[in-house]
Ligand binder design. Structure first.
Ligand SMILES: Cc1cc2nc3c(=O)[nH]c(=O)nc-3n(C[C@H](O)[C@H](O)[C@H](O)COP(=O)(O)OP(=O)(O)OC[C@H]3O[C@@H](n4cnc5c(N)ncnc54)[C@H](O)[C@@H]3O)c2cc1C
Ligand code: FES
Length: 425
């Protein structure tokens, strides 16, 4: 055998070994990927015995209407001092019904009115801790008056910050909402912008306590670190739980925030960052943040190829998130496309007839622009304040409402007309 033949045999042997190694690695990864994909399919989800309570459990022990609660603790949660947590216990100290991590409470408040006296307002606030049976916690950001305008500061948030303290009494509707984590052990990515961190805190706290083996990423976008809510708690969670990965994305860092750290990233949370950080896996994405972030990130995730059923989101106010496929249940969202032409909307009680077209926005916006007085709260289909009787005609929902409207009624803040319609407002 010549030395050339020997060399060729050695090269051949190395190539064969390398090919076997690649094939084995590919097979291993493929098995892992398939297992995760099956687990993340809701129909084939692996249910864990200690998993979150189901919607039925939560609903079964819940209450209807508003119940009195007592505030037992109030705590500032960020360096900037703009977010406060309120801990609530039921006035009769009964064990609290469980909820699903990500759900919210609805409050009916008697807050000071801008014109003097008080006014009744309804607002929703996400539960910001893992479910427990003695206390509920909500964390509220103060909404200041927009700079350079004569508009007042946020009424509910100012009321909470300025007037609510330990001993205060609050009227609270039971936990509700469709935005919550599922019971599978599929890997998940939580994306929060600003105060949108509150439902994610509930999800993350529950997940690390109950499913420590589950892969969990939290991308938390803030303008500067001083605004980050419960940052030391989040840092501790990430340090103690190897399966939790925290990324704090700071879009406008101050000069003193130069401290480079493994979990701090400069800039906003966007798909480019997700692509860079996340391994290739079938994650479920949970998104909650300000309207511009939601309106750009949700379609961008779809463009990236994330299937519709793995993108879950909640807006804390009006947001028009354009999705390729509608995610709302058939009972809530009309199958038929909304008419492009002008449609007549009659407000029976007010005696007003207005023309709705695609630029008019929701039926609530149409009513307000036409001088029809309709009470509203969240403007996001969550609180039920704008529920109105449909006397004739049909409406479509622009997004899945969290509040289930009674039969024959609709939520004007998230509805548009499908045909000419007469409403009891
Ligand atoms: C499901 C859900 C969960 C939520 N969870 C949380 C949470 O966990 N934490 C949290 O902090 N928030 C949360 N929110 C938001 C919260 O419900 C309130 O919307 C928020 O606190 C602002 O309410 P406000 O009464 O303080 O402000 P509002 O009084 O409603 O004012 C809002 C803004 O409008 C401006 N404004 C006032 N009057 C006018 C006018 N005439 N014309 C135009 N603009 C005006 C105000 O200056 C202010 O900037 C959640 C919302 C939803 C729907
Ligand atoms: S204003 Fe809250 S549901 Fe419409």
């Amino acid at each position: 055998m010549t030395s050339l033949t020997l060399l060729l045999w050695i090269a051949f042997g190395i190539t064969v070994q390398f090919a076997i190694f690649l094939a084995v690695e590919f097979w291993r990864h493929w098995k892992k990927y398939t297992a995760l994909r099956l687990r993340s399919d809701p129909d084939e989800a692996v249910l864990l015995p200690e998993a979150a309570p189901s919607s039925n459990d939560a609903a079964g022990k819940s209450w209807t209407g508003f119940l009195p609660f007592k505030v037992v603790r109030k705590e500032v949660e960020d360096e900037a001092g703009s977010v406060c947590s309120f801990y609530l216990e039921s006035e009769d100290k009964r064990p609290l019904p469980p909820y699903l991590p990500g759900q919210f409470l609805t409050f009916r408040l008697e807050a000071p009115a801008p014109a003097g006296g008080t006014e009744e307002i309804t607002r929703c606030y996400s539960l910001s801790d893992a479910p427990r049976d003695d206390l509920y916690r909500v964390s509220i950001k103060r909404v200041p008056a927009p700079s350079g305008s004569a508009l007042p500061a946020g009424r509910s948030s100012s009321y909470f910050h300025d007037h609510i303290k330990p001993g205060s009494r609050l009227m609270v509707r039971a936990p509700s909402g469709h935005f919550h984590i599922d019971r599978s052990d599929a890997p998940m990515v939580l994306i929060a912008g600003g105060i949108g961190i509150t439902p994610m805190l509930s999800m993350a706290n529950w997940c690390v306590a109950e499913q420590p083996g589950r892969e969990l990423w939290l991308f938390y976008g803030v303008r500067d670190e001083r605004e980050a809510v419960m940052l030391s708690h989040l840092r501790e969670l990430a340090e103690q739980h190897p399966n939790m990965h925290l990324r704090l994305c700071v879009s406008n860092p101050g000069t003193e925030q130069e401290s480079e750290s493994a979990y701090v990233r400069r800039g906003r949370v966007d798909v480019a960052l997700l692509r860079m950080e996340l391994p290739l896996k079938p994650y479920h994405f949970y998104v909650c943040g300000p309207t511009p972030m939601m309106e750009s990130l949700v379609p961008a995730l779809e463009d990236w190829g994330v299937p519709d059923n793995r993108i879950h989101f909640e807006a804390f106010g009006p947001a028009s998130i354009k999705r390729r496929a509608k995610s709302a249940p058939a009972s809530a969202v009309s199958e038929s496309p909304v008419a492009e032409t002008s449609l007549a909307v009659t407000f029976g009680k007010s005696g007003r007839e207005l023309a709705w077209n695609t630029g008019s926005g929701s039926l609530l916006e149409l009513a307000e622009a036409g001088g029809v007085n309709v009470p509203s709260g969240c403007r996001a289909g969550s609180c039920g304040t704008c529920q109105t009787q449909i006397e004739s005609g049909e409406v479509s929902y622009r997004q899945e409402p969290d509040f289930d409207p009674e039969p024959g009624t609709c939520l004007l803040c998230v509805c548009v007309p499908k045909t000419a319609v007469t409403l009891g407002a």
